[in-house]
Structure formats: structure tokens, C-alpha cells
Design a protein. Structure first.
Ligand code: NAP
Length: 287
């Protein structure tokens, strides 16, 4: 029997409905409208689409979206000044700087300037460290979205053998860390594979939950997957034939019990978790 499809689109819609209620409550009981400042430097077409989608998503749930679109040659020191002013702005609960930045600007310098309590992307080293010790305020958006997909699709995470393909700072390492925590929706046994892993199929074939974030089309094929596994495909590859993930979807869906599609799987969850983090940042301000 082909795998059940885990629809990120559907889970994202459910969660966004829940957010509307939370935001209404925040407005009524505390007079707070969560605000997200999004900073875009340059004219990268993909980044422009991401920023536009974030604005639309914010508006739909009732988050105030504040956009700063800056020219590609905007000086680094001016950008730092802008972030410092957003740090001080009470109406701004979350700050997101769209990556990649133009070459003359240090991403590290810019991201480290964002106050950890406004770092809704979860990339600041303070937030990375807090995740490590199980004290996270903001989980990075894509990994947090993956965890929600697993929980809301009824996948048993506790005690599961999880194999993550990819060790990037934005997906591979944080999802491994999240699912390793001694907490609900976690408690898994986690293995991370990368390009230096010897005999990758020997690992992936053991996985009850296989999470693939390699950035390589069809990096995972059916013979690398255990029968009945849950497969989460994070990859987004733009080919001439269209968008595809890192998993050979058509073949793997015949082996797996559940699988996410591309598009419509992990993708819609990333913005959803950004909205969630912005609401959380606003709530933390109350406390
Ligand atoms: P990345 O920084 O390029 O990292 C890729 C990782 O995969 C690296 O650790 C690399 O190993 C490993 N890898 C590559 N090919 C492999 C192979 N054949 N076997 C084993 N490991 C392999 O990528 P990323 O930023 O994590 O993103 C991964 C994918 O997810 C991309 O397609 C990206 O577009 C997508 N993505 C989607 C979303 C979303 O919202 N849907 C968000 C973020 C990323 P080494 O470390 O050894 O080089």
C-alpha cells in the first residue's frame, strides 16, 4: 500500500487558525499586537518571494508586519544601526533578516546584533545554546516545523530510531537536537549522516523516522528506506522539470508508511513556525 501523505499545507492551515485565536486574546487581554520586522537587502528574486509570502501570512493571522526593503549596496554599519533601532522598538517583537545577504555584509555580525528575545529565526548563538540545553525560547523554524509534522501526523517519536541526512546549522543539526531532547515530542535515538558518512544506507535503513536535508535531488532512494518508515523530505531543488525534494518520492512512497511531498510538505511549516515564534516573543514580553 502506498504511503500516507503528510500534508504540511493542511497542518499549517490548522495551526494558523489556532494562531488567530491566540492573537485575538493577546489583543483583548493585553492590548498587544505581535509585530514582525522583516529586513530584505537587495533584489534576489527568491528572497523577494519569501518576504512577500511572510507578509501575507502575517496579515492573515493578525500579526503586524513591518517591512524594510533596502538596496543591494546598503552599507553594513547602516544595517546594524537599523537592527539596533528595531531592538529598541516596542512594537517589534520579532526581527527577521532575510538571508542570503550581499557579499559585503557579514551575516554573522548582523544576526548576532538581533536581540536574542527578538530572534524569531532562532539563529542567535544564545538561542542555539538554549536549544542544546533544553531551555529553548525559539526553535529554528524549519526544524520546529518538522517536529510539528511528526507530532500532528501521530508519529511515535519517543524511542524511535531517527536518522537525519544533512548537518547544516539551519536544518540537520537543530532537528537532531530537537528530537534528542528529554521532553515530549522528542526522546528519540538520533543519528546524523553527511557526505563523509561511510555506508549511508546502513544507517538510513535502520530509521523509523528518516529526515532528509541534503539539498540533492533523489539523494535517498527506495533501497535506502526501511519498510514502514516515516520519511520527511526537507529538500527544495529547482529543476527544469519543476520543484523536487531530496527523496525519490515516487519509489519511496511504495516502501514508507508516511511521507511528506515537495511542494506542500515541510515548506508551508517554515513560515508557520515563524508566526508561532513571533506570537511567543510577544507573550514573553508580557511576562
Ligand atoms: P546545506 O547547508 O547545503 O547542507 C546539506 C547537508 O547535506 C550537508 O551537511 C551535507 O554534508 C549533506 N549532504 C549533501 N549531500 C549528501 C549526500 N549525498 N549524502 C549525505 N549527506 C549529504 O543545506 P540545508 O540548508 O540544510 O538545506 C537542505 C535542503 O533543504 C535544501 O534543498 C534546502 O533548499 C532545503 N530547505 C528547505 C526549507 C524549507 O522550508 N522547506 C528550509 C531550509 C532548507 P556535508 O556537511 O558533509 O557537506
Amino acid at each position: 500500500m502506498p504511503a500516507e501523505i503528510i500534508s504540511g499545507k493542511q497542518v499549517a492551515e490548522e495551526m494558523r487558525e489556532e494562531f488567530k485565536e491566540e492573537i485575538e486574546k493577546l489583543k483583548k487581554e493585553h492590548g498587544i499586537t505581535p509585530g514582525l520586522a522583516v529586513v530584505l537587502v537587495g533584489e534576489d528574486p527568491a528572497s523577494q518571494v519569501y518576504v512577500k509570502n511572510k507578509k501575507i501570512a502575517c496579515e492573515k493571522v493578525g500579526i503586524n508586519s513591518i517591512e524594510h526593503r533596502l538596496p543591494a549596496d546598503y552599507p553594513e554599519d547602516k544595517l546594524i544601526e537599523l537592527i539596533e533601532s528595531l531592538n529598541k522598538d516596542d512594537k517589534v517583537h520579532g526581527i527577521l533578516v532575510q538571508l542570503p545577504l550581499p557579499k559585503h555584509i557579514s551575516e554573522v555580525k548582523v544576526l548576532y546584533t538581533i536581540l536574542p528575545e527578538k530572534d524569531v529565526d532562532g539563529f542567535h548563538p544564545v538561542n542555539v545554546g538554549k536549544l542544546m540545553i533544553g531551555e529553548a525560547d525559539f526553535l529554528p523554524c524549519t526544524p520546529a516545523g518538522i517536529q510539528q509534522l511528526l507530532i500532528r501526523s501521530g508519529t511515535k517519536i519517543e524511542g524511535a530510531e531517527v536518522v537525519v541526512v544533512g548537518r547544516s546549522n539551519i536544518v540537520g543539526k537543530p532537528i537532531a537536537n530537537i528530537l534528542l531532547q528529554k521532553s515530549d515530542g522528542a526522546n528519540a535515538t538520533v543519528t546524523i549522516c553527511h557526505t563523509r558518512t561511510k555506508d549511508m544506507p546502513s544507517h538510513t535503513k535502520r530509521a523509523d523516522i528518516l529526515i532528509v536535508a541534503a539539498g540533492k535531488p533523489k539523494a535517498v532512494t527506495a533501497n535506502m528506506v526501511k519498510k514502514g518508515a516515516v520519511v520527511i523530505d526537507v529538500g527544495v531543488n529547482r529543476l527544469e522539470s519543476g520543484l523536487c525534494g531530496d527523496v525519490d518520492f515516487e519509489a519511496v512512497k511504495e516502501v514508507a508508511a508516511k511521507i511528506t511531498p515537495v511542494p506542500g510538505g515541510v515548506g508551508p511549516m517554515t513560515i508557520t513556525m515563524l508566526l508561532k515564534n513571533t506570537i511567543k516573543a510577544a507573550k514573553l514580553r508580557i511576562n
